[in-house]
Design a binder for this molecule. Structure first.
Ligand code: NAP
Ligand code: HSE
Length: 428
């Protein structure tokens, strides 16, 4: 009889309950694939008597996830509570100190504390695996750490937050304003407990920071990311983008350049006909480019019970099989500190401005753009009832520095009513 791999699962919400269901529903298949049985020893959550749609009678219960992590009768601590600090971090640290391997879906914790946690685990001869933390059911962590390990990764690009993509595509599809769709997404349970993590781009930024670390052998540096959410995107922006043959996506891009590591998670216009442009609803897409392999496109469910639990199980099965890949694909102590670099490659930009409706206003804006070295490709002014006039400008290729110069200049014109919305056009 082979020795079972004994799990302690902390967190029995969407993902945790999904993991228990998979383990209960296909024990033989999992044992065959793992080469040994997978058993759950004990579980933990906040409320013991909650109906979770799955029987927990066969497992010990721990009120305290730290106590669960320290039990002698578990081999792997499965952290599915969430939160960058608090009980998730305390229990993960306790598990490492107690000599356990860790599987987690917690991108927030790893984006902030991943380096320290990985170093601690590896010093103790243990692993932390996190397939479920990035793009839900899409096996992108495995693709980077294993499938593409022979490549220099030239670029990572992707839509990695299902909630934002749902909001943007529903606004376009139904012609609904941001606030209405945001409330709808909330009612559907798509939003994180703190919705600013989703719509502020932070959740997707955490995911990109983790992938960049694996791809470029660098310490996770979420703080250096160029980050902007979708809160300022209006239905007008979406309509105008569509008129011009584009869709707006919260797009992540990471690439190593001669100046350092560029990492940005910002709204971008992408061609409507491109694979990224056609991505609907809460689906995720990650594009990986390697010098030997060329381009790989991974698409699938970025969230939800089944897809995320599926990713957790792939890590658990790896550990059961004896596959022990370092957290970021190489020893954590060997990861370098990357020099963060701002995106410098020129690109066309879409600008939405609110101008005072009076003679000379447009001329002043055009002058500021000219003085900033920015050339106008297209421009439109819409009929309006308000005192300020909405004006849309598409520029020829320009840089972020030039746009920052123009933004400062706009403030001095006295005709720009609000800070302009500026969205990069990415010809993916
Ligand atoms: P969730 O539904 O809110 O579940 C969280 C679970 O953690 C609940 O069972 C909760 O207990 C438990 N919990 C919270 N604080 C606790 C504490 N102090 N002590 C013990 N248990 C505690 O969250 P989720 O959606 O399953 O997400 C879990 C993790 O997976 C998060 O890191 C999340 O970012 C990540 N993730 C989620 C998805 C997704 O689609 N949901 C996708 C990818 C990654 P009660 O049930 O008793 O309240
Ligand atoms: N809130 C996240 C999303 C869950 O919408 O993509 C999956 O990480």
């Amino acid at each position: 009889m082979t020795t079972p791999l004994r799990l302690g699962i902390a967190g029995l919400g969407t993902v945790g309950a999904g993991v228990v269901k998979i383990i209960q529903s296909r024990a033989n298949l999992l044992a065959q694939r793992s080469g040994r049985p997978l058993t759950i020893t004990a579980v933990s959550a906040r409320t013991r008597d909650k109906d979770r749609g799955v029987s927990l009678d066969a497992y010990d219960w721990e009120d305290d996830p730290v106590a669960l992590a320290q039990r002698d009768d578990i081999d792997v601590f499965v952290e599915l509570m969430g939160g960058s600090d608090g009980p998730a971090k305390a229990a993960t640290e306790a598990a490492i100190a107690a000599g356990k391997d860790v599987v987690t879906a917690n991108k927030a914790m790893l984006a902030i504390h991943g380096q320290a946690l990985a170093e601690a685990a590896e010093a103790a001869g243990h692993v932390i695996r996190f397939e479920a933390a990035v793009a839900g059911g899409i096996p992108v962590v495995k693709a980077l750490t294993e499938g593409l390990a022979g490549n220099q990764i030239t670029r990572i690009m992707g839509v990695m937050n299902g909630t934002c993509n749902y909001i943007l595509t529903r606004m376009e599809g139904e012609g609904l304003p941001y606030e209405t769709v945001f409330n709808e997404a909330n009612a559907l349970g798509y939003l994180e407990a703190d919705p600013t993590l989703d719509v502020g781009g932070i959740d997707a930024g955490h995911k990109l920071a983790l992938l960049a670390s694996i791809a470029y052998g660098t310490k996770v540096n979420f703080a250096a990311m160029d980050l902007e959410g979708i809160e300022r995107i209006s239905i007008d922006d979406i309509r105008q983008a569509a008129d011009m043959g584009f869709r707006i996506k919260l797009l992540g891009v990471a690439q190593m350049t001669g100046r350092g590591l560029e990492c940005r998670m910002t709204p971008c216009l992408v061609p409507a006909a491109s694979p990224l442009g056609q991505l609907e609803g809460p689906t995720n897409m990650v594009v990986l480019e390697g010098d030997a392999v060329g381009q790989i496109v991974l698409r699938g469910a970025g969230a939800g019970e089944g897809p995320t639990a599926s990713a957790v199980m792939s890590d658990v099965i790896d550990i059961a099989r004896g596959i022990r890949v370092s957290t970021f694909g190489q020893p954590a102590t060997a990861l370098e500190t990357a020099r963060p670099a701002r995106a410098s490659a020129a690109a066309p930009y879409y600008l939405r401005m609110e101008l005072e409706d009076r003679p000379g206003a447009l001329a002043k804006v055009a002058t500021v753009l000219g003085e900033s070295g920015i050339s106008i490709d297209r421009m439109r002014q819409y009929r309006h009832d308000s005192p300020s006039a909405p004006v849309l400008i598409v520029t020829h290729k320009t840089t972020r520095d030039a746009l920052d110069h123009a933004r400062a200049g706009f403030a001095d014109t006295g005709v720009v009513a609000k800070d302009p919305v500026m969205i990069r056009i990415e010809m993916v």
